[in-house]
Design a protein around this ligand. Structure first.
Ligand code: HEM
Ligand code: HEM
Length: 183
């Protein structure tokens, strides 16, 4: 008899928590570095980190999506109402989409604006994005709108986790924690 797994495999859990640990400071850095009146050296350092860690997030997100494609999520508890399943599944798909939209729009915004991405430049990886104010402004607006949607989804996601872990106590938390071991 084939038994259904009750939790995500350790690869999925590890990738979830590495991406979460990178995305939360990325959001903070993005919001801080775009404030007026920030000291220039701090702003430069935040931009440098934001651009490079953002590209690392893109790589990890694509890896995660590929892994997820071949490894479906374990079935949700039977006690979970249909509407909650739908909200959970839709928000997870949206978060995966945004994990790609965010770095790609950031990348286009930087390249179209003619700004450096130091590591790629040093490696000679200039890329195909033309210099264009219009394209840069569009990518910037998309980056900002997607950032606020992502922040809202993460708040919903964390609130739902707390609800399941503290009120329903239906084992959802143990599906994603701890980040490794116990396959
Ligand atoms: C403190 C922060 C976080 C907590 C407490 C948390 C908690 C959880 C939990 C409990 C699950 C399992 C849901 C289930 O059983 O189906 C989960 C899955 C998921 N989380 Fe998080 N999470 C956090 C941060 C994030 C962040 C920052 C992202 C992405 C931006 C994210 C994206 C996802 C996705 C896409 C899934 C679905 C995995 C899949 O089915 O492939 N999470 N999270
Ligand atoms: C998961 C990845 C990313 C997240 C969560 C993220 C988040 C944010 C946030 C919250 C902001 C402030 C809101 C805004 O003004 O747009 C921001 C700004 C910005 N981000 Fe990102 N970002 C990511 C990836 C990237 C990447 C890969 C780049 C470039 C290679 C980048 C370049 C920028 C730039 C240039 C700004 C300033 C926008 C402007 O003033 O036009 N971001 N980001």
């Amino acid at each position: 008899m084939i038994t259904q797994p009750e939790r995500y495999r350790s690869t999925a859990r590890l990738l979830h928590w590495i991406v979460a640990l990178l995305v939360l400071p990325m959001i903070a850095a993005g919001l801080i570095m775009t404030q007026d009146g920030l000291a220039r050296p701090l702003q430069d350092a935040l931009f440098l980190l934001h651009k490079h860690i953002g590209l690392l997030v893109l790589f990890l997100a694509l890896l995660r999506i590929l892994y997820r494609w071949f490894n479906p999520a374990p079935p949700l508890p039977l006690s979970m109402p249909d509407w909650q399943r739908r909200v959970a599944q839709t928000s997870h798909v949206l978060m995966y989409v945004l994990l790609v939209v965010m770095p790609v729009s950031g990348f286009i915004r930087v390249r179209a604006g003619g700004f450096p991405i130091e590591l790629l430049d040093a490696l000679g990886l200039i890329g195909p994005i033309p210099r264009s104010k219009e394209l840069g402004d569009t990518a910037s607006a998309l980056h900002q709108a997607a950032a606020f949607l992502l922040i809202a989804l993460i708040c919903l996601h964390v609130a739902a986790t707390l609800y399941h872990a503290l009120i329903r106590r239906d084992g959802i938390w143990a599906r994603i924690w701890p980040p490794s071991g116990g396959d």
